[in-house]
Design a protein. Sequence first.
Length: 57
Amino acid sequence: MAGTEPGTGPEQPAPTRKVPMSPVRIRPLGGAFGCLLMILVSVVLSVLLTVVVNLGR
């Protein structure tokens, strides 16, 4: 059958490589320290956002 063997089907376009906009790379922290840090950052930002919104009224 035509098209069932590898390499006989329609040609797929070559994947394009995305160029990063910034040379800064952000790596996620793992383990217990990363988990606690993300919880702490979330709570602090939540409180700050609540204060800013309430002061704006």
